[in-house]
Design a protein around this ligand. Structure first.
Ligand SMILES: *[C@@H]1O[C@H](CO)[C@@H](O)[C@H](O)[C@H]1NC(C)=O
Ligand SMILES: *[C@@H]1O[C@H](CO)[C@@H](O)[C@H](O)[C@H]1NC(C)=O
Ligand SMILES: *[C@@H]1O[C@H](CO)[C@@H](O)[C@H](O)[C@H]1NC(C)=O
Ligand SMILES: *[C@@H]1O[C@H](CO)[C@@H](O)[C@H](O)[C@H]1NC(C)=O
Ligand SMILES: CC(=O)N[C@H]1CO[C@H](CO)[C@@H](O)[C@@H]1O
Length: 493
């Protein structure tokens, strides 16, 4: 159940998709061409926006990039950070948009993640202010703060620049929800791969993996799963060691790791990295069973699946095995990478997205079921923690979101698109970007979606044209909605 993490190490953006959720991006280490800026700024945020009694504050981190800003009246693009440490403003397609529109780009770290935690200890009790509702309020307060600071800087008062919000994945949902809840604070929203519908048993997720894989690769992946399960039953430690995952004591945690490793290939636009060697091994008549026998590890060059997981998922992407270890998720220390625990908390309270195996034809073992997820929530956070998906969808409307001036975009290969908005209306247009490696956030990130290509270069998408067409739509809508906003002098509907 995780989102995806994108770790940037030097010039490599590494991504980890944790089992349960959409996608969390972690931008770890800045590298000049990958970030517009990594210079930290701070402001004091309210811990609980919904309490009339508690006025405590905590320092929240943000960034600003003003190189293209048309002072003093240019637009301000608020790039929303999601379920990960926010270590800068990534140099994706938003930089092209900022240049085009003469916009400033600002970005606020999501509360609790990275350096913006109100508490040192992340014990369950202290996580009670971690929610999308509080996060949206943070964005609204920050937006006012930044606007006022800008006005002071340019010596004027009561003037509003036109704002526009952007986000991908969970941050994409926040982007749509921000426009929904605070329409007077933004001219519009780009909700890229936005998971606006909270889903309890998210079987569509697994189905999409099968579809994105295509018949041949799907069959091999399912065969590998069966083999891994058999081996796990007879010789668990050996098979875990083969993947470097002996520390995962709970078998289903290990299976979740393997499922996520496959998901990542499709979600982030690297399908061939996984499928080509697997399908080839099958064609060559390699014994997929033998490939999983530890003793034969060094004897076979084409140990396709384990190689993919170790070299690509754990290696290049930099996903940590610990991400799947419930002992690790229980740690309440705020030092180090806390996003796994924090995102699971949001999953276990608000959005679920339980990536359960469908009863038939699944791409993941049947042990990854509803009970597995509920047990995890209870084990990691304590009794009484389970997701109230209905409340979340009542609050935001799910796919029936009653917003306006929101652009929804989906990538055809992305399993998360099934939690996004289905239908297009003039005021909330929705676009599907279809191509072999179009995944999560392709409109902003190009192909592959990780590692990041500077300015969201789309030339390596199998159909750059599909991306360009949707980008053209995005530009036209931003242009229209900004001008409507300016015409009324306010960021009103
Ligand atoms: C935030 O609050 C602290 C403590 O009250 C204060 O020292 C600091 O100047 C404040 N920072 C900003 C940016 O207002
Ligand atoms: C700011 O504007 C006020 C009123 O127009 C003016 O009196 C003042 O000199 C200006 N200050 C600066 C620093 O430009
Ligand atoms: C989710 O799946 C479980 C197991 O199949 C089932 O018992 C439960 O009723 C489902 N819940 C919802 C809300 O669909
Ligand atoms: C894009 O494709 C070119 C040529 O195939 C390759 O050299 C380059 O590394 C690719 N870029 C990315 C970001 O994958
Ligand atoms: C406009 C569009 O094609 N949107 C798609 C987004 O994803 C959902 C879920 O798969 C599709 O049903 C929509 O068609």
């Amino acid at each position: 159940m995780r989102l995806v993490l994108i770790l940037t190490t030097l010039s490599l953006l590494c991504l980890a998709s944790n089992g349960a959720i959409p996608s969390r991006l972690l931008q770890r280490i800045s590298h000049s061409s990958n970030f517009l800026t990594t210079e930290e700024l701070w402001f004091n945020q309210t811990v609980d926006h919904f309490s009339p009694l508690d006025h405590s504050k905590f320092p929240q981190r943000y960034y600003e990039f003003t190189d293209y800003f048309r002072l003093p009246d240019g637009p301000i693009f608020l790039k929303i950070c999601g379920e990960a440490s926010c270590d800068g403003i990534p140099n994706d397609y938003i930089s092209v948009l900022a240049k085009k529109f003469g916009a400033a780009v600002v970005s606020l770290e999501h509360r609790y993640y990275g350096k913006s935690s109100p508490f040192r200890s992340l014990r369950t009790e202290n996580l009670k202010y971690l929610s999308s509702k509080q996060a949206l309020f943070d964005l609204a307060v920050f937006r006012q703060y930044y606007q006022e600071s800008l006005n002071v800087k340019v010596n004027r008062s009561n003037v509003e620049n036109p704002w526009f919000v952007f986000g991908v994945s969970y941050a994409g949902a926040l982007s749509a929800w921000f426009r929904l809840k605070f329409p007077h604070l933004t001219c519009g929203s780009l909700a890229s791969s936005a998971v606006v519908l909270a889903i309890y048993n998210f079987t569509e997720f697994d189905r999409q993996i099968g579809e994105s894989a295509g018949a041949e690769c799907k069959a091999v992946l399912q065969e590998v799963n069966g083999l891994v399960e058999q081996r796990l039953a007879s010789d668990g430690n050996a098979v875990k060691s083969l993947f470097g995952a002996a520390s995962l004591k709970i078998d289903a945690d290990f299976l979740y790791l393997l499922a996520d490793a496959a998901v990542t290939a499709f979600q982030y636009g690297n399908p061939d990295m996984l499928c080509s060697p697997l399908v080839q091994a099958k064609k060559d008549g390699e014994d997929l069973v033998l490939l999983l026998v530890p003793e034969s590890w060094y004897l076979y060059r084409n140990n396709a699946y384990a190689t993919y997981v170790k070299e690509y998922y754990l290696g290049t992407f930099g996903v940590s095995i610990e991400t799947y270890n419930q002992q690790h998720l229980k740690r309440t220390n705020s030092a180090g990478d806390t996003s796994d625990r924090l995102w699971w908390f949001q999953v276990c309270t608000e959005v679920a997205f339980f990536q359960v195996a469908p009863s038939k034809d699944s791409m993941r073992p049947s042990e990854i079921n509803t009970k597995y997820h509920l047990d995890l929530c209870k084990n990691v956070f304590g009794d009484g923690i389970y997701p109230d998906v209905d409340a979340t969808n009542i609050y935001y409307g799910g796919t029936k979101i009653a917003g306006s001036k929101i652009i929804f975009t989906n990538g055809s290969q992305d399993p998360w698109r099934h939690a996004s908005k289905l239908t297009s209306t003039p005021d909330m247009p929705s676009f599907l970007i279809s191509c072999h490696n179009c995944g999560h956030g392709t409109d902003l990130r190009g192909c592959p979606q990780s590692p990041l290509s500077p300015e969201g270069d789309a030339k390596n998408c199998s159909s750059p044209d599909a991306v360009h067409k949707v980008r053209q739509q995005i530009i036209e809508h931003i242009d229209l909605w900004l001008s409507q906003c300016q015409a009324t002098g306010r960021s009103y509907m």
